[in-house]
Design a protein around this ligand. Structure first.
Ligand SMILES: N[C@@H](CCC(=O)N[C@@H](CS)C(=O)NCC(=O)O)C(=O)O
Length: 207
């Protein structure tokens, strides 16, 4: 979304959990990785910072120094509060999307990190919906009176939060949002942004 915002059209390379050769050159083992003009940048936030500085004449991702600083807070909130609550709802559906080697890797590493089996997460997920709904309150309040977190047009803080919803939508058919929720309408606007870029990604249709 950040690349599209900067009107860039990247060549994409798939990286498997157990087939990380394509990013070995980056000296670390996580995606996303961007290579551009001889630079290698790892991590979504770092990529957004790089794009803002490398393409200053394209639409801004942050809207100035204050927006850049504040979007760091939104990033942290999404990663530390929203994502863990969302994981409890949808992660148990991811294995159906992975080949056997990746499924084994993801199950082993995530069960170790979370301290719970996928089966336990599935059994508890109806109960996990309550805390999840509660953690959406700051988003919902903002989106009742504004089409985007960043105002009339979306920018990086929107993409940072939206990315987690897009991940959920791609791995699980579990309804994480009520259709009447302002957050649902906001997600719809971002799915449609940039000619339906996010909407074109395959959504879960396995369960
Ligand atoms: N918030 C970070 C997350 C990076 C991250 O954790 N990526 C995961 C995506 S699943 C990864 O590459 N995991 C590799 C692994 O678990 O082996 C970002 O967006 O840059």
């Amino acid at each position: 979304m950040a690349l599209a915002h900067k009107r860039l059209d990247p060549a994409l390379v798939s990286v498997g959990f157990t087939a990380k050769e394509p990013i070995a050159f980056s000296g670390q083992d996580r995606v996303p990785v961007l290579t551009d003009r001889g630079a290698t940048i790892c991590g979504s936030r770092e990529i957004a910072d790089y794009l803002e500085d490398a393409y200053p004449d394209r639409p801004s991702l942050f809207g100035g120094a204050g927006g850049r600083a504040l979007s760091l807070f939104v990033d942290s909130w999404a990663e530390r509060t929203l994502f863990p609550a969302l994981v409890k709802l949808v992660l148990c559906d991811v294995l159906a999307h992975l080949d056997p080697a990746d499924a084994e890797y993801v199950r082993r590493t995530r069960e170790q990190q979370i301290g719970k089996s996928f089966e336990a997460m599935r059994a508890e997920r109806e109960r996990s919906v309550g805390p999840w709904r509660g953690c959406l309150a700051p988003l919902r309040t903002r989106l009742r009176t504004s089409p985007y977190l960043c105002g009339a047009e979306p920018a990086y803080a929107d993409y940072s939060v939206f990315g987690f919803f897009q991940w959920a939508r791609m791995i699980s058919a579990f309804p994480v949002l009520d259709t009447g929720d302002p957050v649902h309408a906001w997600r719809g606007r971002l799915l449609a942004a940039f000619g339906g870029l996010a909407d074109a990604a395959p959504a879960d249709d396995l369960s």
